[in-house]
Design a protein around this ligand. Structure first.
Ligand code: 13P
Length: 250
């Protein structure tokens, strides 16, 4: 397998600029000999601060969302042009908190995906089922539909810039992790969907992260699974002493 492990921290709505700077400096120092691919996604207000610290290091700068339009009358939104200007390299789109708390639908997320790709960003597209959907046996179909929608109109040559993050909603911030076996099964299923859309080579190459209560204690078992290629970490990405052992798992 040629896929590289990709460990990302999604800081969500945490950290002032000075707190962000302090954490970023610890991560730069702690990961300078790290073997995997890394990203941190601070809130918009800390992007400039964090960007100045990670520039030239092995940590990529990510944003947690972007508007579906380039500019205009969109109060409260942040555009891809602004993110480019700040040196952002990757954008997380379709996070379950955007989907469920802020009611973003698949059509809107697809529009954002295409716009971000057009401007040369790497996209981390999040998918995942709710507990209710899982209990009804719909985990696979929900993830499949989110992938089909997310990738609608995305040509094969853009795939190198897309990462999928499988984040079961019931495992986010709850302390409940999907078992490595359950997560791997969904990852394998998503890979099959990508294969159907873009061919076996694309399915083999696409990086699929797992997210949902990833911790230093469970990262190794999760990453050992064939179809799990990295982690999108929330809570445990807010402290260097939790994120570093995750990011440097052996
Ligand atoms: P937790 O790691 O806090 O469960 O969050 C996962 C997540 O939503 C990352 O995007």
């Amino acid at each position: 397998m040629s896929r590289q492990y990709y460990i990302a921290g999604n800081w969500k709505m945490h950290k002032t600029r000075s707190e962000a700077a302090e954490l970023t400096k610890s991560l730069v120092e702690g990961l300078k000999d790290g073997k995997h691919k890394y990203l941190i996604a601070p809130p918009f207000t800390a992007l400039e601060t964090v960007g100045a610290i990670v520039r030239g290091t092995n940590i990529r700068l990510g944003a947690q969302d972007a508007a579906a339009e380039e500019q205009g009358a969109h109060t409260g939104e942040v555009s891809v042009l602004m993110l480019k200007d700040l040196g952002v390299q990757s954008i997380i789109l379709g996070h379950s908190e955007r989907r469920h708390t802020y009611k973003e639908d698949d059509a809107l997320i697809n529009k954002k995906v295409k716009l971000a790709l057009k401007y040369g960003f790497e996209v981390i597209l999040c998918v995942g089922e709710t507990l209710e959907e899982r209990e009804c046996g719909q985990a696979e179909v929900v993830c499949e539909n989110q992938v089909l929608w997310g990738f609608a109109g995305v040509p094969k040559d853009a795939l190198a810039n897309i990462v999928i993050a499988y984040e079961p909603v019931w495992a986010i911030g709850t302390g409940k992790t999907a078992t490595p076996e359950d997560a791997d099964a969904i990852h394998a299923y998503i890979r099959k969907v990508i294969g159907r859309l873009y061919g076996a080579d694309a399915a083999d190459r696409i990086v699929i992260q797992y997210g949902g209560s990833v911790k230093p204690e469970n990262v190794t078992q999760l990453m050992a699974k064939e179809n799990i290629d990295g982690a999108l970490v929330g809570g445990a990405s807010l402290k260097a002493d939790a994120f570093l052992p995750i990011a440097k798992f052996a």
